[in-house]
Ligand binder design. Structure first.
Ligand SMILES: Nc1ncnc2c1ncn2[C@@H]1O[C@H](COP(=O)(O)OP(=O)(O)OP(=O)(O)O)[C@@H](O)[C@H]1O
Length: 724
């Protein structure tokens, strides 16, 4: 074991001892009761010496009565002391475990996002469940037992030496045998136990993934893959379990064998001493009985060792969590942010999720209170990252994020959360009623406010249509609700908090056009009294923003109003052009594309407008759900697609790495144009990252057009040749 690990374990044991010593009275009662119990257990065999030598052999009735009375009186007192000891131990260990659980829970809550990205759900749940249970066993049972047995051995040895030191010395020398085996096997047992725990963790993570992702797994028909992974992990559990069982059994058996050898030594040497009148028969009987009870205590201790080793792994794993310092710590004397602020600043901010990468580079911006600001740009350009820094989920590596003149590193988290609310595209709902999900703690609102907020977020009618209305229970963290419903509940939750600063991260991405329009209207209503910063890839929803910052590769490359940015004819202009020219019905089920927009596709360059008009009429609308693969790698393609709304990831199979995301496409992007010309297998899988709408055209339909107008085919062939 490395010194770091040992230090960690020692620190943790010190912490536990600190907890124990906080309850001085209970701890003292417990220690006294253990001491008395052990003293009595050791004294009882010693009484044999006096019974045999002083009472039975000389037939002295008075001595017999005195010894018997002492034994009975001591026995009665022993029962009382044991009962007090049991109560004090129960109370003491219960308190210590309660404190440890609470501290671990609070410690987890204090951690920042990087911690939750490092540890998976299964890892943390196993530490809370299996490791804590194993620690509880040690605190309640093994530790007191260890203390008792160790004390029995010490007192017993003292008595054995006082009865006959030569025999005691011989037995003591032989008893070294009892500890050699376990000592030799200890490292192996620790490795076997740690291996088993890690295998448990991996299996817990698979179950977690299976439960959370059951829809995606079914949708993508991945059951066999998951089953195979689970089968391997169960097999791994079996192998590690067998290894652990065998090592632990061996550790238990070796001391028993040593005990047999010791018995032989004692009988042989003891008999020799009696025959040479160096020891009385009563003395030998007392020695023998005492030795048996010391031997039993030593053997009990050796049985305890695997248990303690097992739990030492648990202590280390829980200690490791306690040792994690929050990545975004609260200042020692945090400043309370005022209830309203006048500005938000990012000054020369550079940030990376890891040391090696920079997701934001030298970003500076100034946002006036009461304004509506939008962050736009292509996928992966750093928009959401900037929002996370404004919410202080991370601290910048360089530069400052500040509200008024307060660096966020110096302000109290509570005051920051009171001032601002972040709504993201991944909505987490608690497994409780809709009402509880809306009326979270710390929000002083009435039922009427709640209903009003739900109406504004366009979710009231949906909730009211459920039999239990606002009392409907949420299960699986909202997994049974649609993405749009979850998103609208999150928006209602934000409305109820009535924040001064509202941070929105792609909040309308899962909504149909009608609801999106309603939410955009709500934003317009509140913008007068709320500062809004909205991240979106859909430019049409931010044309009214006071200021738009365009992100590219972690930098802000353009800033201005919609009109100013269009005039600049730069990145914003090209993004706008790409997204422009589509029409979508209010229910999001029917899309059309304008001819001008088709003309801008590179491979339709130079094709006459009337032909493109015919082409535009060939497109049909397709909708798809989150996780759905619209195109699969290796399959023959027959369709060309244009994304009207939504995000798609392009995933390629990389040998030994599995699926790898190579790009993300969004509104206005297109793919699969080669399928219009010939059969070739798709080079990647295209999978929806949220509910999406596409326009598609099949090659057969396209061919009717090209048969009529062969020049389309020639132009397309030439353009594609140029591109490939
Ligand atoms: N937690 C994370 N750990 C490591 N890298 C991350 C993390 N979150 C985002 N990234 C990476 O940081 C880069 C910027 O991501 P960010 O989410 O800020 O982009 P974005 O512009 O908001 O794009 P999108 O609209 O697709 O979310 C991307 O390359 C992304 O893969």
């Amino acid at each position: 074991m490395g010194t770091g690990r040992r230090r960690l374990k020692l620190d943790f044991i010190r912490t536990m001892l600190r907890h124990f010593t906080q309850y001085k009275l209970l701890f003292s009662i417990f220690l006294f009761s253990i001491f008395f119990e052990v003293a009595y257990a050791v004294a009882a065999p010693l009484s044999l010496k006096y019974l045999v030598d002083e009472a039975f052999t000389p037939k002295d009735f008075q001595a017999f009565t005195i010894i018997l009375s002492i034994l009975l009186g001591g026995g009665f007192f022993n029962i009382c002391a044991s009962a007090c000891g049991d109560y004090s131990l129960g109370k003491l260990s219960g308190e210590v475990i309660r404190k440890l659980r609470t501290e671990l829970f609070i410690h987890l809550q204090q951690q920042s996002l990087p911690f939750y990205q490092r540890y998976r759900v299964g890892d943390l749940v196993t530490r809370f469940a299996a490791d804590m249970a194993s620690m509880e066993k040690v605190i309640r049972i093994s530790c007191p037992f260890f203390l008792k047995e160790a004390l029995s051995i010490l007192l017993g040895l003292f008595m054995l030496f006082s009865i006959e030191w030569k025999l005691a010395l011989a037995v003591l020398a032989g008893s070294v045998l009892m500890f050699v085996g376990p000592r030799l096997l200890q490292a192996r047992a620790e490795t076997a136990n740690a291996g088993y725990k890690e295998a448990q963790e991996r299996f817990s993570n698979t179950i977690d993934e299976m439960v959370k992702g059951h829809k995606t797994i079914k949708g993508l028909h991945q059951q066999a893959r998951l089953r195979e992974r689970a089968r391997k992990q169960i097999q791994e559990l079996f192998s590690f379990g067998l290894n652990m069982h065998m090592t632990n059994s061996l550790m238990e058996r070796l001391p028993l064998t040593a005990l047999l050898i010791l018995n032989g030594i004692m009988l042989g040497f003891g008999g020799y001493l009696i025959l040479h009148d160096d020891m009385t028969v009563g003395g030998f009987m007392a020695f023998f009985t005492l030795f048996m009870s010391v031997g039993q205590a030593a053997s009990n201790l050796s049985f305890l060792i695997p248990n303690l080793i097992d739990s030492s792994v648990s202590f280390r794993r829980v200690g490791e969590i306690f040792d994690q310092q929050p990545g975004v710590p609260e200042a020692a004397n945090p400043i309370e942010l005022p209830a309203s602020i006048t500005s938000i600043r990012m000054e020369r901010v550079t940030f990376g999720y890891t040391e090696e990468t920079d997701q934001l580079r030298d970003v500076s911006l100034h946002i006036a209170a009461g304004s509506y600001t939008a962050f736009v740009g292509s996928s992966g350009s750093g928009k959401s990252t900037a929002l996370q820094l404004l919410s202080r989920f991370y601290d910048p590596r360089q530069g400052t994020v500040a509200m008024d003149d307060y660096d966020l590193r110096t302000v109290s988290e509570a005051s920051l959360r009171k001032l601002s609310t972040l709504v993201t595209q991944d909505t987490f709902l608690f497994n409780t009623t809709i009402r509880d999900n809306l009326l979270l703690d710390g929000v002083d609102v009435t039922d009427a406010d709640m209903v009003e907020a739900a109406k504004q977020a366009k979710i009231h009618d949906v909730i009211a249509s459920w039999p239990a209305g606002y009392e409907t229970m949420i299960h699986h963290e909202g997994g049974s609700l649609s993405g749009g419903e979850r998103q609208r509940i999150a928006i209602a939750r934000a409305i109820l908090r009535n924040p001064k600063l509202l941070l929105l991260d792609e909040v309308t991405s899962a909504l149909d056009p009608a609801t999106e329009a309603d939410i955009n209207q709500w934003i317009q209503q509140i913008r007068r009294h709320t500062t809004i910063i909205s991240v979106t890839h859909r430019l049409a929803s931010v044309v009214n923003a006071d200021r738009i910052h365009v992100f590219k590769e972690g930098r802000i490359v353009e800033s201005g109003t919609h009109q100013e940015l269009l005039q600049q004819n730069g990145l914003y202009y090209s993004l706008w052009e790409k997204q422009h020219g589509f029409h979508l019905s209010q229910d999001g089920l029917h899309a059309t594309v304008e001819v001008d927009r088709l003309a801008k596709l590179p491979f339709f360059e130079g094709i006459e407008l009337p032909l493109l008009q015919d082409m535009a009429s060939l497109f049909s609308t397709e909708t798809c759900k989150e996780g759905e693969a619209i195109v699969r790698e290796g399959e023959e393609g027959h369709k060309f697609y244009i994304i009207v709304r939504g995000k798609f990831e392009i995933v390629k199979q990389v040998p030994e790495e599995g699926d790898k995301r190579v790009a993300v496409l969004q509104d206005g992007d297109h793919f699969g144009e080669i399928a219009l010309l010939r059969d070739i297998p798709r080079t990647a899988t295209v999978r929806a990252m949220g509910p999406s709408v596409l326009l598609s055209v099949r090659r057969e339909q396209f061919q009717i057009l090209t048969n009529q107008y062969p020049q389309i085919l020639q132009t397309l062939e030439q353009t594609l040749k140029k591109r490939i």
